[in-house]
Design a protein around this ligand. Structure first.
Ligand SMILES: Nc1ncnc2c1ncn2[C@@H]1O[C@H](COP(=O)(O)OP(=O)(O)OP(=O)(O)O)[C@@H](O)[C@H]1O
Length: 363
């Protein structure tokens, strides 16, 4: 597979204010990625920079091996073969849907333009509605037309800036999967900006987690959840709580709920104070289980119920119970830990005293 987009060590600024720094990632032809992060972390700035609306201060962006952004170099947005889909659809209200889709096709012949408009409206399941105006459509329909318009000039890559955030939950889920299907069927790459993790996981092959203008991790959804590289990613992606403990034999942790056994070695000395990440699926309801906790809160989700539980020390953990196991706030429940691998971080200020040779021995 060939690299389509290469973002190398870019820094973006508004005036002298640094917004994103040291951002690097690459996207292969046909891959869909997502930029995920809290409000204000720089997702839209990064997207606008890739689109060519904003310059880079350092580093470079290349598309198909050609540099399109570097300090003092900025290929114009319309020359980049990059399509954009915005949160507010941004359709031209005075043009019909067909005219909206045809808008970027001025260089095509009349015949080609007509064919392309039909093909694109068909692709987004709107072929019967080409004569309508945007105000005659629902939000979901308008966003489909916006996608058709962005895809019509055959871009190499589509940038989607929170495209579903004005839509209700069910429609977002449905449209997200549909957009993925459409992009995959055309082998067109996409970059989606969102702060909705479920959307990112459902749509993207790779997710870049940003915080305060820096890329924290670029990885598959599976790895972000199971192998977070730092505390920010561990907290931001998925649910879960850290509980404190001390490292033993490089892989196990002694905690208030007993010895939690891990199956991988960490390079820190025995006795290092660590925090263990426990996801709701790492702690399971077990009527004979050795751990007792009090129900603080619960959220019924249908097939399962997420319980927020207080351990004797006051430490909070979460656990996903089968929804048939019903408990009320204040009830005592029994639990056991079933974590197959442990995600540990040294406690802030801990002297970790890394010992690579000990790691080799332990593993
Ligand atoms: N035109 C601008 N001039 C100056 N500062 C800006 C400009 N646009 C954005 N910023 C600032 O840059 C930072 C990053 O904004 P950006 O819109 O990229 O974040 P975001 O992650 O997309 O946030 P959100 O999820 O809320 O849309 C913010 O602090 C914002 O105030």
């Amino acid at each position: 597979m060939s690299t389509l987009l290469q973002v190398e060590n870019i820094e973006c600024r508004y005036d002298q204010l640094v917004i994103t720094r040291e951002i690097s990632f690459a996207l292969n032809q046909g891959d869909i990625c997502c930029l995920l992060g809290p409000s204000g972390c720089g997702k839209t700035t990064l997207l606008r920079t890739i689109a060519g609306f904003d310059p880079v201060y350092t580093g470079s962006i290349s598309l198909n091996g050609e540099v399109i952004s570097a300090p003092n170099l900025m290929v114009q947005p319309e020359e980049r073969r990059i399509g954009m889909v915005f949160q507010d659809y941004a359709l031209f209200p005075h043009l019909t849907l067909a005219e909206n889709v045809a808008f970027g096709l001025r260089k095509f012949s009349d015949k080609e333009r007509k064919e392309r408009v039909c093909e694109m409206l068909d692709l987004v399941n709107m072929s019967d509605l080409g004569h309508r105006y945007p105000h005659e459509l629902s939000g979901g329909q308008q966003q489909r037309v916006a996608l058709a318009r962005a895809l019509a000039p055959r871009p190499q890559i589509i940038l989607l800036d929170e495209p579903f955030s004005n839509l209700d939950f069910e429609l977002r889920k449905h449209l997200g999967l549909e957009v993925r299907r459409i992009l995959k069927s055309l082998n067109i790459s996409g970059i989606l900006v969102t702060h909705d993790q479920t959307e990112a996981f459902a749509m993207a092959d790779y997710v870049g987690v940003l915080n305060q203008g820096r890329l924290q991790q670029w990885d598959t959804p599976y790895n972000l959840y199971h192998e977070p590289q730092n505390r920010f990613v561990a907290n931001f992606v998925g649910q879960g709580y850290f509980i404190p403990g001390t490292l033993q034999n490089h892989c196990n942790v002694e905690t208030e709920i007993g010895l939690i056994e891990g199956n991988r070695a960490y390079p820190w000395k025995d006795g290092t104070p660590v925090d263990v990440l426990l996801r709701p699926d790492d702690i399971v309801h077990s009527p004979e289980g050795p751990i007792k906790a009090i129900v603080e809160q619960f959220t019924f989700t249908g097939s399962a119920t997420l319980y927020r539980l207080k351990l004797p020390s006051g430490q909070i953990v979460e656990s996903m119970f089968n929804s048939h196991a019903e408990f009320s706030i204040g009830d005592t429940v029994q639990l056991e830990v079933k974590a197959d691998h442990l995600i540990l971080f040294p406690q802030p200020g801990a002297n970790v005293n890394e010992t690579p040779s000990a790691l080799a021995e332990a593993s």
